[in-house]
Design a binder for this molecule. Structure first.
Ligand code: GLC
Ligand code: CA
Length: 566
């Protein structure tokens, strides 16, 4: 595997072991099952698996409540199975990153049990305590409506403890040097077992000052540098992908001006404006979001996503924008969550409309950053709104038309398999789509292959090219004399656009279509005229004569239109 900043052009695929594939028939997905599905993933073309928490855990927050950082939940297998899995990935050239959940532990973690038992426990100061109820105990909840407070009284400890998330997730005192050393140890452990990095959970909270007297938490960004430094020393190619839903003006604090903090961050700002653009067919706020998050160190990269395992958080949109997204994509109260987001999966949000799904994926693959795909989205899986909170979008992978979608032989799967309606496994599953050349699965495989052929996106600089039509977004990337250009029409109606390719003096250029045969040659005035169908998209390589000379497989006929030789 080539190590050189591999994450700049990776294709990430996020999955949770428990709902992917069950090998031993107990209803719970496991590492043995996942191992059997690696060929599927390799065929799809993904380059990196992001594994959600799989460590021992009471499972009250889908594993984000860890009770042992150095093990595998016996539900999923053993450490041995984990190593077999990473080995299987390495054989296929697939990397693995795992969740690093160190803002908090489970209240079942031995550290917390010991800490609450006695003020003299060596682990007491690993958590955040207060003798009295803190003034801000009912402020700062991450799950408003479900979570009641951020401080809870513990009878055994005879004190209050701080929890940014649910009350069974006591916050670690991350300012404590012993806790910091332990976090490094956890990272060292898993890199030793073959992982290429970490998706770091809840970064802003990990680095925030915590305590009863803290009114406005301050970020201790230096912590990010020590994490990176440690990783770099231990394993030079390992990365940290940070979950930090922060404002663009603080992005550079997370990346580090010298590129010495997080390698990657999820671009939540672009994510929300992307959904707004898809809901409104107005791409201007998205273009502004792209510009606002443009600056990043040369070695850094954005992680881009459509839907993830949490709700689609719309908290950074204006009220009017948010209302519009709710209205288009999640109008029922039951589809919304935590007063700020939508909990549905992508396909049902887009009405199962193939044109819109392709548009969304084409954007995911061509906006500046590295695409992160959620398992099941490649076949257009749906959600089950009868399940509580975020579980609705975490149902088992739909493999085939066999009972329980071929996910398990047990008739009691860990979460119910979607079996009713248009998204039921009889209609939506990998086996049927694999045989159909026109399926979403095969389309996704093709678009992933094409994304890998345009590394300019990961390496290059982008510019937004004026289209004079708010529904149409045109992006261009330049890298080492190579240029690519992407056009997307976010409206249902066909649009005619006229645009210049972007660089002065670049008249007469040919735009070579990467996905179909209709190449575009500029008019005399140097502009291109394009008719885009509703939700249409185009991927072009900006080529001139040079390009044609280099690429003998493209011919130009007498009209100047490029065509393939018969
Ligand atoms: C992150 C995770 C979310 C989890 C929370 C607490 O936000 O994405 O799923 O509930 O952290 O660990
Ligand atoms: Ca199992």
């Amino acid at each position: 595997m080539i190590d050189d900043l591999w994450y700049k052009n990776a294709i990430l695929y996020c999955l949770s072991v428990g709902t992917y594939m069950d090998a031993n028939g107990d209803g719970i997905g496991d590492f043995k099952g996942l191992l059997r599905r690696l060929d599927y993933l390799q065929g799809l073309g993904i380059t990196t698996i992001w594994l959600m928490p799989f460590q021992p855990s009471p499972g009250k927050d889908d594993g984000y409540d860890i009770s042992d950082y150095y093990g595998v939940n016996p539900r999923y297998g053993t450490l041995g199975d984990f190593v077999e899995f990473t080995h299987g990935c390495r054989q296929r050239g697939i990397r693995v990153i795992i969740d690093l959940v160190v803002n908090h532990t489970s209240d079942a973690h031995p550290w917390f049990r010991e800490a609450r038992g006695s003020k003299d426990s060596p682990h007491r100061d690993w958590y955040v305590w207060s003798d009295k109820k803190p003034a801000n105990a009912d402020k700062g909840m991450v799950f408003p409506g479900v979570q009641k407070s951020t401080w809870t009284h513990d009878k055994e400890a005879k004190a209050w403890y701080f929890h940014r998330f649910y009350d069974f997730q006591p916050d670690l005192n991350t300012s404590n040097p012993q806790v910091q050393a332990e976090i490094l140890k956890v990272m060292g452990f898993w890199t030793q077992l073959g992982v290429s990095g970490f998706r770091m959970d809840a970064v802003p909270f990990v680095i925030a000052t915590k305590g009863a007297k803290v009114k406005t938490p301050a970020e201790q960004y230096d912590m990010l540098r020590s994490l990176r430094e440690f990783l770099q020393w231990r394993q030079g190619n390992a990365i940290i992908l940070g979950e930090a839903n922060v404002k663009p003006k603080t992005d550079m604090e997370y990346f580090g001006k010298a590129g010495d903090r997080m390698h990657m961050m999820f671009n939540f700002h672009v994510n929300q404006h992307l959904f707004y653009a898809m809901a409104s067919a107005d791409t201007r706020p998205l273009a502004a979001a792209l510009k606002a998050t443009r600056t990043r160190p040369a070695t850094a990269q954005w992680g881009l996503f459509l839907r993830n395992h949490d709700e689609l958080d719309l908290g950074r949109l204006t009220k009017a924008q948010r209302e519009l997204v709710f209205d288009k994509f999640g109008p029922d109260k039951n589809m919304q969550l935590y007063n700020r987001g939508i909990r549905r999966r992508l396909a049902p949000m887009l009405g199962g409309d193939r044109r819109r799904l392709e548009l969304a994926y084409s954007l995911l693959c061509t906006l500046p950053g590295t695409p992160v795909i959620r398992y099941g989205d490649e076949i257009g899986m749906g959600d089950n709104l009868d399940l509580p909170e975020r579980n609705c979008a975490r149902t088992p992978m739909q493999w085939s038309t066999e009972p329980n979608a071929g996910f398990t032989e047990s008739d009691r799967p860990v979460l119910p398999v979607i079996s009713k309606g248009a998204y039921g496994y009889e209609h939506v599953n990998a086996a049927v789509q694999r045989r159909d050349p026109n399926s979403l699965l095969n389309w996704t495989e093709r678009i992933i292959r094409m994304r890998k052929e345009v590394p300019e996106i990961g390496w290059g600089d982008f510019q937004v090219i004026a289209s004079r039509d708010p529904a149409v977004l045109i992006l261009r990337y330049d890298w080492r004399n190579n240029s690519v250009l992407f056009v997307h029409n976010l409206d249902e109606q066909p649009r005619e656009v006229s645009f210049a390719t972007g660089l002065p003096g670049e008249t007469g250029k040919l735009l070579v279509n990467l996905l179909a045969e209709d190449h575009s040659r500029a008019n005399d005035d140097g502009k291109h005229n394009l008719l885009l169908e509703g939700y249409g998209y185009r991927w072009y390589r900006v080529g001139g004569l040079d390009y044609l000379l280099k690429r003998s497989d493209i011919d130009t006929d007498s009209t100047g239109k490029a065509s393939h030789p018969a």
